[in-house]
Design a protein around this ligand. Structure first.
Ligand code: ATP
Length: 589
């Protein structure tokens, strides 16, 4: 079996595949740079030992040719460096962008259960921050490994030919330092991973405070929010401080390596000269090679830092990419065909995923052997105590969650055997908490059917009782609604949401507490729009205010996840059960 780390590495490598041509060209350019850098001291040494000892005439005659050769060499180096810097980074940026897209697509695939358990600030942090270092790592790490590897091996070979004992002494010192530096580098990885978690906490805190700013202001709780934000920000600072201490130790060790190499060359090299086993020119060449030798070693060890940083981020991204959505289309899923719109809940049981934790305690079922059938075109009202399971019952129909046992059918088709897309296209949902996107009224209504014409948008608005209001605005349908529709009233938002559903034109409708937050006048306008919307559609309507269900054909009382009574308004009043008690509470005080 593959270790998770290996498979994650493979998934990381898979992002190179579409960029293979760039990667190959980048590698060739990097190799050329390494070869040119390595050749310079060799050229200098052969000139010093050969041509430069042959007298001034020969030197002066050869200089223009040597100059031209060097210019050609360094022009090639410039072209290669330009390619590596520009196109190498572009390759990394493309990979980063692809990962970001994949992560977003994965979030789009996730279901309600996932979003119940994950904070949106943390999710944003994964999409934005965690991928920041990918571009650098994806491009530089392979380039550094190749060029530095060649430079180090090349330098060792050349140094061995000049003086094997001195080269071996340098090698021993280097190996000792590399072992120390690699160990330090791994301990830095923990600090990078901690950094990611802490900045995600800052994002989550920020997101929570900013989204709830109206509540913060209304309670004058700015100080509490500041304290909460400072707490997470300070934790991030502590994590960064720990990271920089680790980095300081590491960078210090790098500096000691270079110093040690110079010391070894001067002391041991001096001793070799004194013994007559080495010339002063060779010692100079050795000194030139020290930086050509120690710089790639530092770069190589640094590359593990860049890699660790990127991988700490990719790990968090990969964690999401590896998560299979709770609700998925069956491989043989077909399209839902709604002929009449009949709905049947058969002995359905359900509990929320977080309540199904394996702590040995049997979770309390939120829906407990619920059976319910709704005839085509019928409007069924669900009433009952808060927390009784009405909204959950409705959420199971479009498969926002899957039933634990039992089944739900639409026109005889189990909702788990059809595609989620066709299922959700057939169901229109209007809730109390309307979400409008920060765009124009036209865009928000057209969300119900992307590509709808202006005429269709206007018609939907008219049927939702909002056209008059919109047309009275200075910018009409081009009015920007603000974040979450903050520039509209509750009733107006509801009617925009209803207009959306008119455009969608589904056969089945779920109306979840649509009017409970509205005053009587708004409720009246929304009620008329809803009555029009529900016509000829199978409708489930959840309402606490019993006045809002006067148009229902049938009423079912849901209590502790079960349907405890069902019938018309008069039948239920006569039965004198939960519904009758509710009714008396609301209308007779
Ligand atoms: P209300 O009339 O107050 O809206 P309801 O009858 O619609 O209530 P549900 O919203 O279906 O009731 O909730 C049923 C139970 O499931 C409650 O105990 C609630 O705490 C729990 N619950 C609801 N949503 C979730 C969720 N996303 N995750 C975990 N538990 C949940």
């Amino acid at each position: 079996m593959q270790k998770p780390q290996q498979t994650m590495f493979r998934r990381f490598l898979a992002y190179y595949r579409p960029q293979m041509h760039l990667f190959a060209a980048d590698t060739v350019a990097a190799l050329a740079i390494a070869a040119i850098d390595l050749s310079f001291p060799v050229i200098l040494r052969s000139l010093a030992n050969g041509l430069f000892t042959q007298g001034s005439t020969a030197i002066l005659q050869a200089l223009p040719l040597i100059g031209l050769g060097l210019i050609a060499l360094y022009t090639l180096r410039f072209i290669c460096r330009y390619f590596v810097s520009a196109w190498g980074h572009i390759m990394g940026a493309r990979m980063e962008s692809r990962m970001r897209e994949d992560l977003f697509d994965q979030y789009e695939r996730m279901c309600f259960g996932y979003f119940d358990q994950h904070n949106s600030g943390d999710m944003m942090s994964r999409v934005v921050n965690d991928l920041f270092d990918i571009c650098e790592a994806a491009h530089h790490v392979p380039e550094w490994v190749i060029t530095c590897g060649i430079e180090i091996v090349g330098a060792i070979v050349i140094l061995m030919t000049i003086s094997a004992p001195l080269a071996l002494a340098m090698l021993v010192v280097t190996v000792v330092f590399v072992v120390i530096m690699v160990r330090q580098n791994f301990s830095m990885r923990a600090t990078f991973a901690d950094n990611r978690r802490k900045i995600a906490e800052v994002n989550s805190q920020l997101q929570d405070s900013l989204s709830g700013m109206r509540v913060v202001k209304s309670f004058a709780n700015e100080e509490t929010e500041r304290a909460k934000f400072r707490h997470s920000n300070d934790r991030y600072l502590d994590s960064k401080v720990a990271q920089y201490f680790a980095m300081g130790t590491y960078q210090g060790t790098c500096a000691v390596l270079t110093g040690s190499l110079f010391t070894v060359v001067v002391i041991f090299g001096g001793w070799l000269i004194a013994q007559g086993r080495m010339s002063a020119i060779d010692l100079g060449t050795f000194a030139l090679y020290i930086s050509l030798f120690s710089t790639p070693i530092e770069t190589l060890v640094n590359s593990t830092e860049t890699y660790q940083k990127a991988i700490a981020g990719f790990e968090r991204v990969d964690e999401v990419l590896r998560t299979a959505p709770d609700v998925q289309d069956h491989p043989d899923a077909g399209e839902l065909v709604v002929t009449r719109g009949g709905i049947e809940y058969r002995d359905v049981c359900f509990s929320y995923p977080d309540e199904r934790a394996d702590d040995g305690v049997e979770p309390r079922p939120v829906i407990d052997h619920l059976s319910l059938s709704i005839a085509p075109g019928e409007t069924l009202a669900l009433v009952g105590p808060s927390g009784g399971g009405k909204s959950t019952t409705c959420s199971l129909l479009p498969r926002f969650y899957d039933v634990v046992s039992g089944s739900i059918q639409i026109d005889g088709q189990d909702v788990r055997t059809v595609t989620q897309k066709s299922l959700r296209q057939a169901i229109g949902l209007v809730q109390q908490d309307v979400y409008l996107f920060d765009g124009t009224l036209r865009e928000n209504i057209a969300y119900g059917r992307p590509g709808a014409t202006d005429e269709e948008v206007r018609e939907a608005a008219r049927r939702a009782n909002i056209a008059e209001f919109i047309e009275g605005l200075p910018e009409g349908y081009d009015t920007v609604v603000g974040e979450r529709g903050s520039r509209l009233s509750g009733g107006q938002k509801q009617r925009v949401a209803i207009a959306r559903v008119f455009l969608k034109d589904p056969k089945i409708l779920i109306l979840d507490e649509v009017t409970s937050a509205l005053d009587n006048e708004s409720e009246e306008a929304v009620q008329r729009a809803l009555a029009e919307l529900a016509r000829d559609r199978t409708t489930i309507i959840i309402a606490h205010r019993l006045s809002t269900i006067k148009n229902a054909d049938d009423i079912a009382t849901v209590e502790r996840g079960r349907v405890v009574e069902r019938g018309s308004h008069e039948e239920l009043l006569a039965r004198n059960g939960t519904y009758a008690r509710y009714y008396r509470m609301q209308f007779e005080g």
